[in-house]
Design a protein around this ligand. Structure first.
Ligand SMILES: [Ca+2]
Ligand SMILES: [Ca+2]
Ligand SMILES: [Ca+2]
Ligand SMILES: [Ca+2]
Length: 494
């Protein structure tokens, strides 16, 4: 009797604020003792400059030979001071450095989350491996990125919006080689080193995803790679992407998907009691409003909230049809609207994303949030109590729907980088399990709704690039993909 619904954000807003960097003290020494000097060691073969081994001080070692088509991703022996100036003591062509005797103990303590909503400095969905090593100059927090298919000439894009404040170009530049620094405000900046070409100029305003140049091996690098730094003031801090600290020596797909001027957020739900779900968008431009498709009928517009609000659909009065709602991220206030009546509820933390569903399967729907920092859903039950459910990771977007048609709304997440839904389901014994379903393209935004009205929520996506809804046809969300329907509705991101 309740039609599943879904709300989906285009992308996470920056929910993390930079806090003062903690003082370094005994804790750092403890951390050093625990991690040992090899904690940041380069475990990958693409560096010619391997970390120093006892008795074999850092002799350069070529990348693994004998692999046809092995890209030229020989590594990094770059050395710079914090201002990007060449550090003569640290330039010796891949031999061990005088200062390369271990990690700077102070560097082991995690730095605070940035205020800037950084994404990886590469185009959407490209997977790059990032690492550092003992003695990495100017900081072990700097990340050297390599691409498995070969680095040279690959686009380097801005990790966040900002202003280009440093451009160094020309032949034979030392240290960082040709490089760019983008200032993001709040004292935060990002640096892109060893570029083969530079495509921006000093003072240029760039967006997240604007191409800055191409990967190269200029300066003090023994092979093509991107040397990347996130900075506070002049100091290199831990790299964060898409709301998560980057774990060194790991690979990650870029979610730098270029949606900079998002005005529409896609949603779906049965608003008219016709059993099947209508697709709609919440348009953030003034006046903020839901724009709803209905076959054969003119687009319907319901004004609610302001541009900074996040939309949420739910059956607030339990009559079987979804009603509009919004949540203001800063005040945590939900505004749930039935006809002219508005109900206000504060729930969650600032920056959480709103969700709604019939968590108990009876009467009206309840609200909830997804918290990206903990990768948890927090459901507000009808008696006001909370239920927490861990699912997915910080990068994922929440989805809700009734995957099994039992009237109780279920949870799921969508990974934009891999275009994969992970749905949380329960077997008849009540044991939870997850179902992974790849659908859509990298950068798509998930939308779920019961397209065919059979009581089981179906999956779909909306492309911020083309403003096309793609609705997956299937008997059940876990069933095989049947007919796929496309519908252009909403405004593409500018
Ligand atoms: Ca209703
Ligand atoms: Ca309920
Ligand atoms: Ca269910
Ligand atoms: Ca269905």
């Amino acid at each position: 009797m309740y039609r599943p619904q879904h709300r989906a954000p285009i992308r996470r807003r920056p929910t993390l604020r930079h806090a003062s960097v903690a003082a370094v003290g005994a804790a750092a020494l403890v951390a050093a003792a625990v991690l040992g000097p090899s904690a940041y060691a380069d475990t990958q073969s693409h560096f010619t400059h391997q970390p120093s081994k006892p008795g074999k001080p850092g002799k350069g070692k070529p990348a693994k030979p004998g692999k046809p088509g092995k890209p030229d991703n020989a590594g990094d022996d770059d050395a710079h001071d914090a201002n990007g100036h060449h550090d003569p003591s640290a330039t010796n062509g891949g031999k061990s450095l005088p200062g390369d005797v271990g990690l700077n103990l102070a560097d082991l303590r995690p730095t605070a989350p940035p205020a800037t909503p950084y994404e990886m400095p590469f185009p959407c969905s490209e997977t790059w491996s990032g690492s550092t090593r003992s003695g990495h100059s100017p900081s072990v927090r700097a990340v050297d990125f390599n691409y498995p298919g070969g680095d040279l000439g690959k686009p380097v894009v801005s990790a966040a919006a900002g202003t280009v404040v440093t451009v160094v170009v020309g032949p034979n530049k030392p240290s960082y080689g040709q490089y760019v620094v983008v200032d993001h405000g709040n004292g935060e900046s990002s640096l892109y080193g060893h570029l083969d070409s530079v495509l921006v100029s000093l003072g240029q305003v760039v967006q997240t995803g604007t191409q800055l140049g191409t990967v190269g091996r200029t300066g003090n690098a023994s092979g093509p790679h991107l040397h990347f730094e996130e900075r506070v003031g002049g100091a290199v801090v831990d790299a964060w992407f898409h709301g998560s600290r980057f774990p060194m020596n790991s690979s990650q797909a870029s979610q730098n998907c270029g949606t900079v001027a998002v005005t529409d957020i896609p949603l779906a739900g049965d608003m008219y009691g016709g059993r099947s779900a209508e697709v709609m968008v919440y348009r953030k431009s003034r006046p903020a409003a839901f724009h709803i498709t209905r076959s054969g009928v003119k687009e319907r517009v319901i004004k609610l909230g302001v541009g900074s609000d996040q939309p949420v659909l739910g059956d607030w009065d339990g009559d079987g049809r979804v009603n509009p709602g919004v949540r203001q991220p800063s005040t945590r206030q939900f505004v749930l609207q039935v006809k002219r009546k508005k109900t206000m509820v504060r729930f969650g933390k600032p920056g959480d994303l709103p969700i709604a569903g019939n968590w108990d399967g009876t009467g009206a729907w309840e609200i909830g949030v997804r918290r990206s920092s903990s990768a948890k859903f927090i459901l507000r039950m009808s008696d006001g109590s909370k239920q927490k459910v861990a699912l997915g990771d910080a990068n994922d977007l929440p989805v809700t729907g009734d995957w099994d048609g039992n009237g109780v709304t279920d949870l799921g997440v969508y990974d934009q980088a891999t275009a994969t839904f992970t749905l949380l389901a329960k077997d008849p014994m009540g044991t939870p399990f997850t179902i992974a379903i790849q659908f859509g393209a990298p950068g798509d935004v998930p939308v779920t709704g019961d397209w065919d009205g059979n009581g089981l929520t179906d999956l779909g996506v909306w492309s911020p690039v083309t403003a096309i809804f793609t609705k997956r046809g299937a008997v059940a969300p876990a069933g095989a993909t049947g007919r796929v329907k496309k519908l252009q509705f909403g405004r593409a991101a500018g």
